[in-house]
Design a binder for this molecule. Structure first.
Ligand code: CP
Ligand code: NVA
Length: 306
């Protein structure tokens, strides 16, 4: 059986821990200039149906640093863009590359890709999940807080792909998570059901509310993301109205713990989901987060390919 990373649920708590350990080790090696070409001669195919700065550059750099190679495959470059099926694309790419990373719209499309792939498939974001983001985020929290278990993460905003992966990831590792979303923008029921199952095993607490003040109260980590995700551009006006009162500003952040950190997966829209003084302020760790995508993904690649 080929192992894929389509959602955080594809990893056990022990595997998450092992990936974070490996990421920290590889980060040190890079800092010290020690070679770590663990994927010498390996190739990663990277399919992008949506734009990307962090995911594309961090995966491509990851493969270079690991001694391998990455190929960027935009929709306009692939026959997939003019009607070749996902299944045939998966069968073909599997004959060339050692792993596939894909950023797609519907999550069912990456499931289909993985079903027909003989090599590991890594989710670089779908409408429903963003597991690589969560792994980089857990590494960042661990670095800043020294632990994960028992911490409280407050999500403020849309119950979207990044929120879903955090719900699953936090409850796998024993973190508490409180998500404040406007009515109608809460995370999907099936994600909450799975997160509850994880929480039962790990001892995490989950809270879903429509009140940002309630979610942020006593939090160790305050996290937000854009109100309009890729593919939702037509809903922009309605969303701007519906998300009124959900901006993370200094007043809201003041309700968290004194040493709370602010996180955002980026790209950010200043003065929409976050005020400039928060994202550019002393509590913000967003650049560490962006960097840690590289280290966490190197660990994922090593985990899936060796
Ligand atoms: N956070 C994230 O995935 O960024 P990109 O869209 O730039 O890849
Ligand atoms: N929720 C955002 C995350 C971007 C990294 C989106 O899907 O556009």
């Amino acid at each position: 059986m080929v192992k894929h990373l389509l959602s955080m649920q594809d990893l056990s708590p022990k595997e998450v821990e092992a990936i974070l350990d490996k990421a920290a080790e590889l980060k040190q090696k890079l800092r010290k200039g020690e070679p770590h070409e663990l994927l010498h001669g390996k190739t990663l195919g990277m399919i992008f149906a949506k734009p990307s700065t962090r995911t594309r550059v961090s995966f491509e750099t990851a493969m270079t640093q690991l001694g391998g190679h990455a190929i960027y495959l935009g929709m306009g470059d692939l026959q997939l863009g003019r009607g070749e099926t996902i299944a045939d694309t998966a069968r073909t790419l599997s004959r060339y590359v050692d792993a596939i990373m894909a950023r797609l719209f519907g999550h069912e499309d990456i499931v289909e890709l993985a079903r027909h792939s003989n090599v590991p498939v890594i989710n670089g974001l779908t409408n429903t999940h963003h597991p690589c983001q969560t792994l980089g985020d857990l590494l960042t929290i661990l670095e800043h807080k020294g632990k994960l278990r028992g911490l409280k993460l407050a999500w403020v905003g849309d119950g979207n792909n990044v929120c879903n992966s955090l719900l699953l990831g936090c409850t796998l590792v024993g973190m508490n998570i409180s998500a404040a979303c406007p009515r109608g923008y809460e995370p999907p029921a099936e994600i909450l059901t799975q997160a509850q199952k994880n929480a039962k095993k790990s001892g995490s607490k989950i809270e879903i509310t429509n009140d940002p003040n309630k979610a942020v109260a006593g939090a160790d980590v305050v996290y937000t993301d854009v109100f309009v995700s890729m593919g939702q551009e037509a809903e922009r006006e309605k969303r701007m109205r519906d998300f009124k009162g959900f901006q993370v500003d200094s007043k809201l952040l003041a309700r968290a713990k004194k040493d709370a950190i602010f996180m955002h997966c980026l790209p950010a829209h200043r003065s929409e989901e976050v005020s400039p003084e928060v994202i550019d302020g002393p509590r913000s760790v967003v650049w560490d987060q962006a960097e840690n995508r590289l280290h966490a993904q190197k660990a994922v690649l090593v985990f899936l390919l060796t």
